[in-house]
Design a protein. Structure first.
Length: 305
C-alpha cells in the first residue's frame, strides 16, 4: 500500500529492465518507488527521457466502496481505463467490473490510437488517476502485429512506433536519407512513403531492399558524407551504431542543410546512463529526446523544423 503523505505531482512508469536508467534521471528529485511506478513528490519542469509514460495530471479521488469507485471513474471518463496494480489486485478487478477497461492489444502500423485514462488504488479508499499521459498508448506499451517475413531486421519496429505514435511519416514529396541502414529495416519502412531513400552504410543492404526502384545505396562511411553529395534531402534518419558525441557532431553538421526539415535519430548508449552525454540533444530547440517502447538501451531524438 502507498505509504507516503507527500503530494504526488507526477507518476513515471519505467520500462521493464531500464529502471536503473530512470533512477539516474531522478537523481536530486524527491520520489518514492513501487515496482516500476515512480511517484514524484515535487513540481519539476524536467523533460523526462526514460519513462514509458508520465501521468501529467495525477488526481486523488476518495472512494467509499467498490461501487462508488466505479461510478466516480465512469462519471470522470466514459472511455477505456487502464489500471496499475502494484497492490490491491482483487479490489481493482472488482472496480473494473463496472467501468470500461482497456483491453491489451497489438497495434497495426499507423493505427489510430483511441483516448484512454489511467488509474490505480493507493489504498482501499484512495484512487490516483490521470486523464493526461505523455504516451499515446496505455502504459506506453506499443506492441505491433509484426511483419515477420518482409523486413530484414526488427529495427523497423522503432520507425513503426515513431510514425504511429509521434510524427507523420515522410510523403512522396520527400527524399530521405537513412544512415546506418544495413541490413535495411528502416529503409524497408521508408521506401513505402518517400519518393527516394538514400541508404548509407559500410555494410551491405539486404538484396530485396536494394532491388526497390526508389532505393539508392551508398556503401560508405556516413560521417564522411557531405551536403553536396546528397542535395534536396528533406529527412535525415540515423540508426548508426556510434557514440552519442559523434552523432551530435553529425546532427549539428546536417542541421546547417536548410532542406532537411525532419531528423529521427537513435542515440545509442553504454551500460550506465550518463545524462551529460545526451543533454546537448535535449537543448536543441523544438526537438525531443525520449525512450521509445521499442528502444532497448538507446534513445530516440526527433527534430522537426
Ligand atoms: C543497428 S544497425 C542499423 C539497423 C538498421 N537501421 C535497420 O533497420 O536494419 C547499426 C548500423 O550502423 C552501421 N554503422 C556503424 N558505423 C557506421 C558508419 N561510420 N557509417 C555508416 N554506417 C555505420 C553499422 O554497419 C550497422 O549496420
Amino acid at each position: 500500500m502507498y505509504k507516503s503523505d507527500l503530494p504526488i505531482h507526477s507518476v513515471l512508469i519505467s520500462p521493464i529492465h531500464l529502471a536503473e536508467q530512470l533512477k539516474v534521471e531522478l537523481e536530486g528529485v524527491q520520489y518514492t518507488q513501487e515496482d516500476l511506478i515512480f511517484f514524484v513528490h515535487e513540481q519539476t519542469d524536467k523533460k523526462w527521457i526514460w519513462p514509458n509514460t508520465v501521468w501529467l495530471e495525477p488526481k486523488v479521488l476518495k472512494i467509499e466502496s467498490i461501487k462508488d469507485a466505479s461510478n466516480k471513474l465512469r462519471s470522470i471518463f466514459r472511455g477505456a481505463w487502464q489500471s496499475y496494480t502494484p497492490y490491491l489486485h482483487r479490489r481493482t478487478k472488482l472496480i473494473e467490473e463496472n467501468i470500461k477497461v482497456f483491453k491489451p492489444k497489438r497495434y497495426n502500423y499507423l493505427d489510430n490510437l483511441s483516448p484512454f485514462a489511467e488509474w490505480m488504488l493507493l489504498d482501499e479508499t484512495t484512487i490516483l488517476y490521470s486523464l493526461r499521459t505523455s504516451a499515446n498508448a496505455p502504459m506506453g506499451q506499443v506492441e505491433f502485429n509484426e511483419d515477420k517475413t518482409s523486413p530484414p531486421s526488427r529495427a523497423y519496429l522503432k520507425l513503426w512506433e515513431t510514425f504511429t505514435c509521434h510524427i507523420s511519416p515522410p510523403t512522396n514529396n520527400d527524399i530521405v536519407m537513412d544512415l546506418g541502414a544495413c541490413p535495411g529495416g528502416w529503409t524497408w519502412v521508408l521506401k513505402n512513403h518517400a519518393s527516394k531513400v538514400i541508404s548509407v552504410d559500410k555494410a551491405p543492404l539486404d538484396k530485396k531492399i536494394l532491388a526497390a526502384s526508389n532505393v539508392t545505396y551508398l556503401a560508405q562511411d556516413a560521417f564522411k558524407l557531405r551536403k553536396e553529395d546528397v542535395p534536396e534531402v528533406s529527412w535525415l534518419l540515423s540508426d548508426i551504431a556510434c557514440y552519442p558525441e559523434k552523432l551530435l557532431e553529425l546532427v549539428q553538421y546536417w542541421m546547417t542543410a536548410d532542406t532537411i526539415k525532419t531528423f529521427v535519430c537513435t542515440v545509442k548508449l553504454q551500460d550506465k546512463f550518463n545524462p551529460s552525454l545526451v543533454e546537448d540533444f535535449q537543448k536543441i530547440p523544438n526537438s525531443k529526446l525520449f525512450h521509445l517502447y521499442q528502444n532497448k538501451n538507446e534513445l530516440t531524438w526527433i527534430l522537426q523544423r
